[in-house]
Write a protein that binds this ligand. Structure first.
Ligand code: DC
Length: 229
C-alpha cells in the first residue's frame, strides 16, 4: 500500500506550506485538495453557472480539465482548460466560492476519485479538510494542524500580500471566521480532527518546527521508507 500522510486543518494553519515542504523532502507526491474545490468554483464562474446550481457544479467537478505544471523557475502554474488561473485560484473571492461549493455532497463525491488517484508510489502528502477522515481514512499518518484565528489571519495576510494581491487584515479575519464556521458545521465532511490524528498547534511554532515534528512522526510511522532521508 502506498504510504500517505494526511494533513488537515483550517485555512491559514500553514498546512499547505508544511505539506509541500514534506513532499519535497521525501520526494513524494503532493495533493492540495483545496485547489480542486477552488477550481470547481472558478470553473462554475467561467461557465456562468448560478451560485446555487449544485448539479452543474457537480458535473464540472467530475470532469475538471486541470493541469498542474511547474515552470522553468520552479513556480507552480495551474491551468484550467487552456487558461492559466494560478493567481486567481489563490484569491479570497475564489476561497469564498470554494467554501460554498465544498459544502455540497455531489461536488465532494465528484472529486473523490481524482483525489485518491494522487496516491502513487513512492508516497503521498495530502492536505485539506477531510484527508484523514474520508479521502484517505486509512492513511498511515494523520496530522491535524491548527493555530489561533488571529495567527491564521496574519499568516494569510502576509501570504496574499507576498503574492501581490490586495488584502485587508480586518476583512480577512472576518472571512476566516465565517469560513471556519461553514467548514466545521457543514453536514458532509466537516472539518474535524479524527481520533487517530495527531493534533499540532502551530501558533507558537515556526514552519520549520512544524515540518520537523511531522517528519519525526513520519519516521516513526514509516520507518522503512523514510530511514534514508
Ligand atoms: O485550503 P483552501 O483554502 O484552499 O480550501 C478552499 C475551500 O475548500 C475551503 O473553504 C474548504 C474547502 N475544502 C474542503 O472542503 N475539503 C478539502 N479537502 C479541502 C478544501
Amino acid at each position: 500500500m502506498v504510504p500517505v500522510i494526511a494533513i488537515d486543518g483550517p485555512g491559514g494553519s500553514g498546512k499547505g506550506t508544511v505539506a509541500r515542504l514534506i513532499a519535497q523532502k521525501f520526494g513524494w507526491h503532493l495533493l492540495d485538495s483545496g485547489a480542486l474545490y477552488r477550481l470547481v468554483a472558478l470553473a462554475g464562474l467561467r461557465h456562468g453557472l448560478a451560485a446555487n446550481d449544485v448539479d452543474g457544479h457537480a458535473r464540472l467537478a467530475a470532469a475538471l480539465d486541470v493541469t498542474f505544471e511547474v515552470d522553468a523557475q520552479g513556480e507552480e502554474r495551474v491551468m484550467l482548460a487552456e487558461s492559466e488561473v494560478t493567481r486567481e485560484l489563490r484569491g479570497e473571492q475564489t476561497g469564498e466560492a470554494a467554501s460554498r461549493v465544498a459544502a455540497w455532497p455531489e461536488v465532494r463525491s465528484g472529486l473523490l476519485g481524482r483525489q485518491r488517484a494522487f496516491a502513487r508510489a513512492p508516497g503521498l502528502v495530502a492536505d485539506g479538510r477531510d484527508m484523514g477522515s474520508i479521502v484517505f481514512c486509512d492513511a498511515g499518518l494523520k496530522v491535524f494542524l491548527t493555530a489561533s484565528p488571529q495567527d491564521r489571519a496574519r499568516r494569510r495576510y502576509k501570504q496574499l500580500k507576498g503574492k501581490g494581491l490586495s488584502v485587508n487584515l480586518a476583512a480577512l479575519s472576518a472571512e476566516i471566521a465565517e469560513r471556519d464556521r461553514r467548514d466545521t458545521t457543514r453536514f458532509v465532511a466537516p472539518l474535524i480532527a479524527v481520533p487517530d490524528a495527531i493534533v499540532v498547534d502551530s501558533t507558537a511554532l515556526s514552519i520549520e518546527d512544524v515540518v520537523g515534528r511531522v517528519i519525526s512522526l513520519a519516521r516513526e510511522r514509516f520507518p522503512g521508507l523514510t530511514r534514508q532521508i
